[in-house]
Design a protein around this ligand. Structure first.
Ligand code: TXA
Ligand code: MG
Length: 471
């Protein structure tokens, strides 16, 4: 199986460009290089492609260049980043060699010897020759403005993306790769400001069916469709209240249930004629949606009934190889799922408390929002057993937490007291991470107190109640 690769220029891209380096001690990494490459999570073959014309000019020796290369690879290896091979062209242009950029010599070599899939690969560099190299190999070029990037920017002759540095370049690669996976009918996990989503092309029924299987979710449970902007085609109609909420809270942690538009297949909505729509705010989700162009059906990227993931590592733990690509956008800022408001039939109703407080929604609408106790809609967020860690969750009044824990311990059970921060927003951000931690510790019982039912506390209390519900 061929794999997508990234071909990285060395000087001015990974390390500062300080002329003809002959000594590893002179290599200065950009601080963002290792963290950015680590976010790729080993999902690309990584190569360095560097031109060291100082060798041809007699300014450096090839063996010194090699020592610098080995040092660069060793530093990255210590950070858990594997560079498959470093390709060095020691010539200058007047030598007329076969390997100087932008000739695709080394990329073809990587294709033949390492199975690099060039049409799905990227070249990142700070010289126009780097992005021309991409064009010549049928790969995607990303030009960075570090190193000599600013200086040579006006000389760019081929279409390419331009980014401030390696970190933004890696984010773009991730967003474009996720979009490519979606386009080919695959499953891509992506960050949102609430929790990570497991995405499929909403208009590809086969992909959506695969998504249900990967998640282990019964097919009757509707999915939220994530879009980049306008609702045309996704909703059959957008009532004034929906416009008001969309203007006020999108992009953001709000899902609107509206009448299903023509682009939404039945599999997505579990056969219902309404659809949940959301415009997420996370910059990587937005970049992925922009690169993809369509709608992305996505539940939270965990197995059905488990705690939602708030980091890329959570997604990998839960879904392993059932997901084709994980786009890492760091820990989620909100930490609980979106608020779901049903506007499909007259009076607005709150189907799930979440990242936008109910109070803010009522204020924007200028009316009270009904909070139905139960609904005919098959909504997993409304099942008692949803959002549950492996451990049993026991609720107690704040003042009785320790006592309750003592009782359970003396009955021979291992217990963790869940202490969430005072601030509602901090509590929401930490809720799922701490439930996962409890599971990782292997405790049998988590004892928790409910925060007050206001602001984001309502969503936290809701999830804790559901986690405490009978399995
Ligand atoms: O924050 C979120 O909403 C996250 C991120 C990934 O966007 N997504 C999420 O999806 O929580 P999921 O599938 O775990 O929960 C979606 C909820 C379910 O309770 C589902 O029943 C409800 O949305 N839902 C979706 N479409 C609906 C519809 N047409 N009518 C009523 N409820 C709907
Ligand atoms: Mg360079």
């Amino acid at each position: 199986m061929k794999r997508p690769a990234i071909f990285l220029d060395r000087d001015g891209t990974l390390i500062e460009d300080r002329g003809h380096l002959g000594d590893p001690a002179q290599a200065v990494f950009y601080p963002e290089t290792a963290p950015a490459l680590r976010r790729l999570g080993g999902q690309f073959l990584l190569f360095i492609v560097t031109n060291q014309n100082g060798v041809a000019k007699g300014l450096t020796r090839l063996e010194d260049v090699r020592r610098v290369n080995e040092h660069v690879a060793a530093v990255l290896a210590r950070e858990g980043i594997e560079i498959r091979e470093i390709y060095t062209c020691p010539h200058q242009r007047s030598d007329g060699c076969a390997c100087i950029k932008p000739k695709p010599f080394f990329l073809r070599k990587a294709e033949a010897e390492h199975g690099a899939d060039l049409p799905r690969s990227f070249v990142v560099g700070d010289h126009p020759a780097d992005v021309e190299l991409a064009a010549n190999a049928g790969a995607r070029g990303i030009y960075v403005l570090t190193g000599h990037g600013e200086k040579h920017r006006a000389e760019l002759r081929v279409p390419c993306a331009v980014e401030p540095g390696i970190s933004a370049a890696v984010d773009r690669i991730g967003a474009e790769r996720a979009a490519g996976v979606l386009r080919s009918g695959g499953l891509a996990a992506f960050p949102t400001e609430t929790v990570y989503g497991l995405g499929a092309d909403a208009e590809n029924e086969e992909a959506v069916r695969r998504l249900f299987r990967a998640k282990g979710r019964p097919t009757g449970h509707p999915l939220i469709v994530h879009v980049g902007g306008p609702l045309e085609g996704w909703a059959a109609e957008v009532p004034p209240a929906a416009r008001t909420l969309a203007e006020r809270f999108w992009p953001g942690p709000l899902t609107l249930v509206l009448r299903r538009g023509a682009r939404v297949p039945q599999v997505v909505t579990g056969g219902q004629d309404t659809v949940g729509l959301r415009v997420p705010a996370h910059p990587l989700a937005r970049a992925m949606l922009a690169a993809f162009g369509g709608g992305v059906a996505a539940p939270s990227a965990n197995r059905f009934g488990k705690v939602s993931p708030t980091t890329a590592a959570h997604v990998r733990e839960d879904l392993g190889t059932d997901v084709d690509f994980v786009l890492d956008g760091g820990p989620c800022a909100v930490g609980v799922e979106s608020t779901i408001v049903d506007l499909s039939s007259g009076a607005p109703a709150l189907l799930r408390p979440g990242g936008v407080p109910l109070e803010a929604i009522e204020e924007a609408l200028g009316e009270r929002v009904a909070v139905p106790a139960a609904t005919a809609v098959r909504a997993p967020g409304r099942l008692g057993s949803h959002y549950a860690p492996r451990a049993e969750v026991v609720l107690a009044a704040p003042a009785e937490l320790e006592e309750r824990a003592r009782e359970l311990r003396s009955a021979g059970r291992s217990v963790r007291v869940l202490r969430l921060p005072e601030s509602e927003t901090d509590a929401a951000r930490e809720l799922y991470r701490s439930l996962r931690e409890a599971d990782a510790e292997g405790v049998e019982v988590v004892v928790a107190a409910l925060p007050p039912d206001s602001g984001l506390g309502r969503a936290v209390a809701d999830r804790l109640r559901k986690a405490a519900g009978r399995r």
